[in-house]
Design a protein around this ligand. Structure first.
Ligand SMILES: NC(=O)c1ccc[n+]([C@@H]2O[C@H](COP(=O)([O-])OP(=O)(O)OC[C@H]3O[C@@H](n4cnc5c(N)ncnc54)[C@H](O)[C@@H]3O)[C@@H](O)[C@H]2O)c1
Ligand SMILES: [Zn+2]
Length: 311
């Protein structure tokens, strides 16, 4: 994590993953903003920019196929490295392309959303959505490195920044009560200052630490890693129900509220947990309920999801 990484990405990438060619994968929003700067950081190395259409609807098998075909058509071979420059969608799709391109080539993550910085760039889960549900096709493939420059947050829309805070609040809730309160008490400053506040760098670093620590102990999610799915069983069901009209962070915000209430009722979370979680999410400007759908609607949608307790 550093404030001066954008201009050094070429050299940093080559230092962790030496290669003949570098494929920078980005999306249609991030490319116009940062593509040129990142390309020029590669100086005279063989490098090319590949752009996928932005949006969750494009985190698909079709996008993965088209991306792979264009990288092949551009003459890239096994001696290539992929650079995922963008949010969680670019990271998941480009990471999956790297996992499968000629049976696997290295990649680095350059997250540009808060969601990607604190969560999706860490842990090596890559993949795309299937019509039947989120992330149903994918691979574990660890990046050679993750380079996070908080300055990217300067252009991130407000709603996207808030969605990223949902995962930050999740990290506090599952792992560190002190972190949870510190984040809760500084939400207005975190939102107003974008990447510029020193506090934002600390938040990014602490969230990375929490997630990396869990993943290091249970990479393949046989036990402990499931803790990172707090809010996601219901959250993923909601994303599918509303046809991805809600952002991932917004859906898991609603999911965390519901799951915390269930946990409290089942006697496995301390009384007051659900209220504390909802209070922090409300302060972050995130939705905490989904009045349009009934419990059974959500349960049915959850049954067809991977992170499911009924399916
Ligand atoms: N692999 C994992 O472990 C993991 C973890 C959490 C979430 N995810 C996945 O991540 C995805 C969500 O990621 P996301 O929230 O980053 O969404 P995203 O990738 O769609 O990015 C959000 C929006 O912001 C734009 N954008 C990105 N960076 C920008 C910048 N710096 N300035 C201006 N605009 C910018 C993007 O083009 C997009 O429109 C979901 O598909 C979710 O399932 C994966
Ligand atoms: Zn998530």
């Amino acid at each position: 994590v550093g404030d001066d990484l954008i201009e050094r990405l070429g050299q940093l990438t080559a230092s962790v993953a030496a290669a003949h060619s570098f494929a920078i994968v980005t999306d249609s929003n991030v490319g116009p903003l940062y593509g040129e700067r990142v390309l020029s950081s590669f100086a005279d190395r063989r490098v090319r920019l590949f752009t996928i259409p932005a949006g969750e609807a494009n985190k698909s098998v079709a996008t993965w196929t088209e991306l792979t075909d264009s990288i092949l058509a551009a003459g890239f071979g096994r001696d290539s490295v992929i650079v995922a420059l963008g949010g969680g969608i670019v990271g998941d799709v480009a990471g999956f392309a790297a996992a499968t391109f000629m049976r696997g080539i290295p990649y680095v993550q350059v997250p540009t959303t808060l969601m990607a910085m604190v969560d999706s760039s860490i842990g090596g889960k890559t993949g795309v959505n299937a019509p039947a549900g989120k992330n149903l096709i994918g691979a574990f493939h660890q990046p050679a490195a993750v380079f996070t420059d908080p300055r990217f947050l300067g252009t991130l829309p407000d709603r996207e920044l808030r969605a990223g805070l949902a995962e930050v609040i999740k990290h506090g809730a599952i792992a560190d009560a002190g972190y949870f309160s510190a984040v809760r008490n500084n939400l207005p400053e975190l939102i107003a200052s974008r990447g510029a506040a020193p506090m934002m760098r600390e938040v990014i670093a602490r969230s990375i630490e929490i997630k990396a620590n869990v993943v290091a102990r249970d990479e393949r999610e046989t036990g402990l890693r499931k803790i990172l799915n707090f809010g996601h069983t219901i959250g993923h069901a909601i994303e599918a129900l509303v046809n991805y009209e809600l952002l991932h962070g917004e859906a898991i915000s609603i999911g965390m509220c519901a799951e915390a209430r269930i946990a409290e009722r089942a006697g496995i979370a301390a009384p007051g947990t659900a209220d504390a979680v909802r209070d922090a999410l409300t302060l972050a400007g995130l939705p905490t309920e989904l009045p349009r759908f009934s419990g059974p609607d959500i349960l049915n949608a959850a049954a067809s999801q991977k992170k499911s307790w009924v399916g």
